[in-house]
Ligand binder design. Structure first.
Ligand code: ATP
Ligand code: FE2
Length: 346
């Protein structure tokens, strides 16, 4: 049963969008009103085996939990499927089997309910929920996670990529190093957080390759070098973690600062799973201050992959005329941020 308030909202024409996120190791469902009130954001994380994420295993997890996550989202939002106006889903970029599982759930719901489907770019969604939740309007965004390292800002109708990784993502670099070092992660303490804790005890800065080419970054050579030093056993783990963090954070800070100087934007937004790192936060905060820009960091619930960001971006897209017909709702594994037109930004 709808409670009285919700019943009134529905009568008054309150609209809701349900968003499905499944690009990588999380399956999540969010529900947003058309005004940007997030009514539910249920996240089910798949914790991979010691060897790292296997796309098909993660996809199996998503399929298994989908029902329960949907049910919990409706319960939390206190609405029923029939109250929804649109369904949105993360259409890419991401891992094929994972994306396809989420897309199947979203298509089934939209066709059963006879309501529009909207395919959303995952990276756009990170930026939009960031703006919504931190009250920023036009930031330079540093999005750092296990699968992405992107510095972007809005220009002429799109979010332009000012700098990105040429190989692996920053979060992935920390994760692989942690795994090689024999560390263990938990749902509430991912590898990056484990490395952060150990790095806090480090003092000695060990030289590691620093690779920024133009505005792009490379982390794989540095990762190999760090692993080699680890295996040689000459350095303390805390000094290696400290040096790894300092080097990778200096790289993203340099690129973010240059994007800020070039665009002259007055806001900097830090998001993605790695945004939780206090050391990274202080580095980015410092450059924002130097450029007289406001610094904002996303709270963890909305910085990691989440359905709420897909639901909210679904609202923005749909209210600006975007619909994804079922026959065009195939997933887009390498869908780039700057390919997406952003009609809601002026
Ligand atoms: P995406 O699909 O956007 O690439 P993802 O699947 O990697 O995202 P997120 O939860 O956004 O998921 O990010 C996870 C990454 O964040 C992991 O690499 C993890 O180690 C890292 N991370 C989490 N907490 C911290 C921290 N305190 N310091 C550094 N890294 C962290
Ligand atoms: Fe993400």
């Amino acid at each position: 049963m709808l409670n009285d308030n919700k019943m009134k909202e529905k009568e008054n024409g309150e609209h809701y969008c349900l968003g499905v996120e499944s690009t990588a190791d999380d399956f999540s469902v969010g529900i947003s009103t058309f005004d940007g009130e997030i009514l539910a954001n249920i996240i089910s994380a798949y914790v991979p085996s010691e060897r790292g994420i296997h796309p098909r295993e993660a996809a199996r997890h998503h399929g298994e939990v989908a029902n329960k996550v949907l049910e919990n989202a409706f319960k939390k939002a206190r609405i029923k499927p029939r109250d929804l106006s649109i369904i949105s889903f993360s259409q890419g970029p991401g891992l094929g089997p994972c994306l396809r599982t989420g897309a199947t759930v979203a298509r089934a719901l939209a066709s059963y309910l006879g309501i529009p489907l909207v395919g959303i770019n995952h990276c756009v969604a990170h930026i939009e929920i960031g703006k919504l939740k931190t009250d920023t309007k036009d930031p330079v965004t540093l999005y750092v996670s296990g699968g992405n390292t992107i510095v972007s800002a809005f220009d002429s109708g799109r979010y332009r990529v000012f700098g990105e990784t040429l190989d692996i993502a920053l979060g992935n670099c920390l994760d692989v190093f942690a795994r090689e070092a024999g560390l263990h992660q938990r749902v509430d303490e991912p590898f990056g957080a484990v490395v952060e804790k150990i790095a806090a005890k480090g003092k000695k800065l060990i030289h590691l390759p620093y690779t920024v080419k133009g505005m792009d970054m490379s982390f794989s050579g540095l990762l190999t070098a760090a692993i080699n030093l680890l295996k040689r056993g000459e350095y303390k783990l805390e000094d290696l973690c400290y040096s790894l963090q300092e080097t990778v954070f200096s790289m993203v800070t340099e690129v973010t600062e240059r994007a800020l100087a070039h665009t002259e934007k007055k806001e900097v937004l830090l998001t993605g799973g790695v945004a939780a790192n206090k050391r990274l936060q202080s580095r980015i905060k410092a450059i924002a201050k130097e450029h007289d820009a406001k610094f904002r960091v996303m709270p963890r619930e909305f910085a990691v992959d989440n359905g709420a960001m897909i639901a909210w971006t679904g609202v923005l897209a749909h209210t600006h005329g975007i619909v994804t017909p079922i026959e065009e709702s195939f997933v887009r594994l390498r869908w780039r941020l700057e390919e997406v037109e952003i009609p809601w930004m002026k």
